[in-house]
Design a binder for this molecule. Structure first.
Ligand SMILES: Cc1cc2nc3c(=O)[nH]c(=O)nc-3n(C[C@H](O)[C@H](O)[C@H](O)COP(=O)(O)OP(=O)(O)OC[C@H]3O[C@@H](n4cnc5c(N)ncnc54)[C@H](O)[C@@H]3O)c2cc1C
Length: 496
């Protein structure tokens, strides 16, 4: 899996490169809350059109969940990211921005369980080869039972558990999905909405596999994106480049600035108050594009009736802590990801950043990034690095990856808002909060946090673009919400 460099630069996508001479520097700016992919894309689009724009970002640097952190020459994303996208204009724009910094890589993933490494997405051939015959017979019998039941008397997919069991039977559900899902989300899969499964499970339908094995169906099934684009120096580089473009065009990005309050006058947003260090500051605004968590936005506009507060409080995120290990080894494995469903191990995924770009570690060295789901305030979130490292090294050893004597250093990174939790009933709460936002015509909410939607970076960027165009009267307000509402596996659409 050797990424090869080189995608041609298209300079049309980064023009114009100087601030518009028509800009009125005293006009109120569009204020963007949050400097992740969605907020930065909105700011870039506005700055390109010569509009005054100010981004308020709570973190120390722009990029949101997509930053890359560097330590002594080793680089780590917050969970390895890949650039996949369905919109050719977006792909062209990103290639134009990054030029030959963009690599093309291939993904290989496995599930480590039952002492075996199973291919992911699951393949029936691989599973049947690696499990014992009694298990295989049970899995096939369960599958046939479910397939027959669903044909005779279909039952609705309410929860994640329903969705998987109805398609694959209970045996495969328990081994490959139930435990992993509960470990990742921290709640039983019977309480998670089926929406998440429908969008994320890259798994071959078993009957589809059967037809292919019998030679009665041809072609490669498209269940997930095998290829992806990745910046040489880490995913975060995409957003430091974008930030350079924005400031080069006269836009402003204020890091360490936590948006706290939106002032309303005549039903419109007129100013944003934010905390920077120990000072509160105020900026007048023409429009606000919010990409911060939706409940936080509702608090900022002061629309918290007890009923709205109940809906806001029900929308929770799952946090992730990453244990980053710097290793004195050239390689650990050929896998981009290794999924770890078994509950006795802390991590859900093991990633080797060099598989995305060889520049993620110094020459001759590699690293591992372990994704550990946990929430702020819990013991695993708070634990100092050293005991957590030792526990992780024990887990790795038990999984057959012994790197204990090769560790040159370690550090943690954390993402408190990694995943929006799609609990049963979440959609109604999101709808209720969005109704409140809709009452303020010059306020837009977009992005993964802003719409409480499990989207990839490309969709977050497209939403930012549409929100900026809506501010300029060039797109409908609803277009942001309508983007990516269709059911189906997100991975299958990539044209990269
Ligand atoms: C582990 C993991 C792996 C992923 N892998 C991929 C992948 O391979 N490919 C892919 O395309 N996508 C991936 N994603 C998804 C991707 O990270 C998101 O789609 C993307 O970051 C969403 O961008 P956003 O701007 O909407 O939100 P965010 O990136 O969350 O940005 C929101 C920003 O708002 C800021 N903020 C919050 N509150 C305030 C406030 N009050 N004031 C000011 N600023 C505030 C935050 O600091 C943050 O910078 C992954 C996500 C995770 C968690």
């Amino acid at each position: 899996m050797n990424p090869s460099a080189g995608t041609p630069n298209s300079d049309s996508s980064t023009a114009p490169s100087a601030p518009s001479p028509n800009r009125d520097s005293h006009a109120p700016a569009t204020v963007i809350l949050g400097g992740g992919p969605c907020g930065l894309m909105a700011a870039w689009e506005l700055a390109r059109a010569g509009q005054p724009v100010i981004v308020l970002e709570a973190g120390e640097e722009p990029g949101g969940l997509c930053i890359t952190v560097e330590r002594e020459g080793w680089k780590f994303d917050l969970g390895g990211h890949r650039f996949i996208a369905r919109n050719p204009d977006l792909v062209e724009r990103i290639l134009g921005l990054m030029g030959d910094e963009m690599l093309r890589s291939t993904r290989k993933s496995v599930i480590l369980t039952e002492g075996q490494a199973f291919e992911y997405p699951l393949s029936a051939r691989d599973v049947l080869k690696k499990v014992d015959p009694a298990y295989a017979a049970r899995a096939v019998a369960d599958y046939l039972l479910e397939a027959t039941r669903q044909r005779l008397a279909p039952r609705p997919d309410v929860s994640f558990e329903d969705w998987v069991v109805h398609r694959f039977g209970r045996t495969l559900y328990v081994t490959f999905f139930g435990r992993y899902t509960e470990k990742l989300w921290g709640i039983p899969p019977s309480r998670l909405s089926s929406d998440w499964a429908a969008q994320r499970i890259s798994l071959l339908n078993l009957s589809d596999v059967g037809w292919r094995l019998l030679g009665m169906k041809k072609g490669t099934p498209r269940t997930y994106a095998l290829e992806y684009l990745y910046p040489k120096e880490g995913f975060g580089r995409l957003f430091t480049r974008m930030a350079e473009e924005i400031t080069g065009l006269g836009g402003e990005i204020r890091c360490g600035s936590f948006a706290q309050e939106i002032t309303l006058g005549n039903g419109q947003a007129t100013a944003v108050r934010y905390r920077r260090g120990d000072r509160m500051e105020t900026i007048p605004c023409s429009h606000v594009v919010s990409t911060i968590p939706l409940p936080g936005l509702l608090r900022a506009i002061g629309r918290m009736t007890p009923e709205v507060e109940t809906h806001a409080a029900s929308l929770k995120h799952r946090g992730l802590r990453f244990m980053n290990l710097l290793l004195d080894l050239p390689d650990v494995s050929e896998n981009t990801w290794m999924y770890v469903p078994d509950p006795q191990y802390l991590m859900t995924r093991i990633q080797e950043p060099r598989r995305r770009s060889p520049f993620m570690a110094p020459p001759g060295k590699t690293s591992l990034m372990l994704e550990i789901p946990c929430d702020p305030g819990t013991p695993v979130w708070e634990m100092p690095d050293e005991p957590l490292r030792d526990r992780c090294l024990d887990d790795l050893n038990a999984l057959g990856i012994d790197v204990r004597d090769k560790v040159l250093g370690c550090f943690s990174t954390r993402a408190a808002h990694a995943y929006p939790i799609y609990h049963l009933g979440y959609a109604e709460s999101v709808r209720r909060l969005l109704d409140e936002v809709d009452r303020i015509p010059n306020l837009f909410t977009a992005g993964r946090q802003g719409l409480f939607r499990y989207i990839f970076t490309d969709t977050a960027m497209e939403m930012g673009l549409l929100a900026a165009r809506a501010c300029m009267g060039e797109a409908r307000r609803e277009s942001v919400f309508e983007l990516d509402c269709q059911p189906g596996v997100l991975e299958t659409y990539s044209i990269v």
